[in-house]
Write a protein that binds this ligand. Structure first.
Ligand code: AN7
Length: 373
């Protein structure tokens, strides 16, 4: 038997978990690294452009990588309940992994500002859903306050075990390419993921980062170098929710990409460190540019990601165009979540493209012939 049973069993030596901690897993990880062909050809890019499709994790986002490790550790420590604030994907993952572990998940979500599919996931997995009359940042503040006294483990990315799980995506990329890419592009909201990737890439060259600090010297784990270089990290934000571009928290973040509608990123220092240490940068894009990229990727390459996720490719294509990303280089964009979570967004003007005919052969043939002309 050689069954893949999730990233904890696969990367156990490179994670700071006690040997006796039993993995709470849904088989997350091992997501496809898809090489884009049509878009690079159209823009005349002769390097290699890949998307790491994290939307194919068990609950449809990269959050599963962090959640398997955070819930495993919480259960190992004796927790009977977990709590998080979320723009949707974290709550979906928390709900599913709590169900798997047989514990309770409390999720605080911004009322009316999360994609329906994500809310459905929290509900179907039996989480206690608390809708906040405020945004993610309010929810995050409340979670921290409540957890001071209530017997609940926080599973937002301020929990260092979350980033430990998420770093494994970088491991997979290095293993698949045989080396690190030249550039790695990510959407940035709470800034945990960019910090986790930087930690993962750094550990693949045998180095620690600020994100691994909670475990350095204590619960040590394997950081043997397996490659000799790290990528430049590029973090992209929605223009209405771009604290890294403003250099300060944004009080009223607004974007159609609700997953990254975050004004006060919790991993602020870690993400700045990743940017500086990698000689990378942050940039911002409008909702229109982000949605256009989501559509482009779906139409030209057959990959359907959610709006927030398209921000990574949106930035990469813009930076390829200006030459900031060098011609001939190898670029990986993380697609953080699955487009199926938020069908409303694409159906807003998608419904008008549907063809309506009587149930007759002639009418259907006519519809076909018109399109083939
Ligand atoms: C699809 O679920 O913060 O910069 O509460 O769902 O690590 O926060 C989601 C974030 C990008 C940003 N893409 O990642 C939550 C939440 C998608 C996301 C991000 C999120 P971070």
């Amino acid at each position: 038997m050689n069954r893949y049973t999730g990233l904890i069993e696969h990367y156990r030596k490179r994670l700071p978990l006690a040997p006796e901690a039993r993995a709470v897993s849904l088989g997350e990880g091992r997501t496809p690294l898809i090489r884009l062909h049509n878009i690079p050809r159209q823009i005349g890019f002769e390097g290699e452009l890949y998307v790491k499709f994290e939307g194919l994790n068990p609950t449809g986002s990269f959050k599963d990588r962090g959640m398997t490790v955070a819930v495993t550790q919480a259960v190992h420590e004796g927790s009977r309940a977990i709590i998080c604030a979320s723009t949707g994907n974290t709550s979906a993952a928390a709900a599913a992994y709590a169900a798997r572990a047989g514990i309770t998940a409390f999720v605080l979500i911004p009322e009316g500002k999360i994609a329906l599919g994500k809310l459905a996931q929290a509900v179907v997995h039996g989480a206690v859903v608390v809708q906040i009359q405020g945004n993610f940042d309010d929810g995050m503040r409340l979670v921290k306050e409540v957890a001071e006294t209530a017997p609940v483990a926080i599973v937002n990315s301020i929990n260092p075990y979350r980033l430990q799980g998420q770093k494994t995506a970088a491991f997979e990329i290095v293993e698949e390419l045989g080396r690190a890419p030249d550039y790695h592009c990510l959407p940035v909201g709470n800034a945990g993921n960019i910090s986790a990737y930087w930690m993962g890439y750094s550990e693949m060259v045998g180095l620690s980062t600020a994100a691994s600090a909670p475990f350095d010297g204590g619960a040590g784990y394997d950081k043997t170098a397996v490659t000799d270089r790290r990528p430049v990290m590029a973090g992209y934000q929605a223009a209405g929710a771009a604290p890294f571009l403003r250099g300060a928290p944004v009080e009223h973040p607004e974007t159609v990409a609700t997953a990254i509608r975050i004004g006060n990123p919790q991993s602020w220092d870690l993400a700045w460190a990743a940017q500086k240490d990698s000689n990378g940068w942050f940039d911002e894009f409008s909702d229109e540019e982000i949605l256009a990229t989501q559509k482009l990727l779906a139409r030209e390459e057959g990959v359907f990601c959610e709006p927030a996720s398209a921000t990574s490719l949106c930035g990469a294509l813009a930076d390829i165009k200006t030459g900031k990303i060098k011609p001939g280089s190898t670029v990986v964009c993380t697609l953080t979540g699955n487009g199926l979570k938020d069908p409303d967004i694409v159906m807003k003007d998608g419904l008008k493209d549907l063809i309506r005919v009587p149930a007759e052969r002639g009418a259907v043939e006519q519809a076909l012939l018109q399109r083939l002309a």
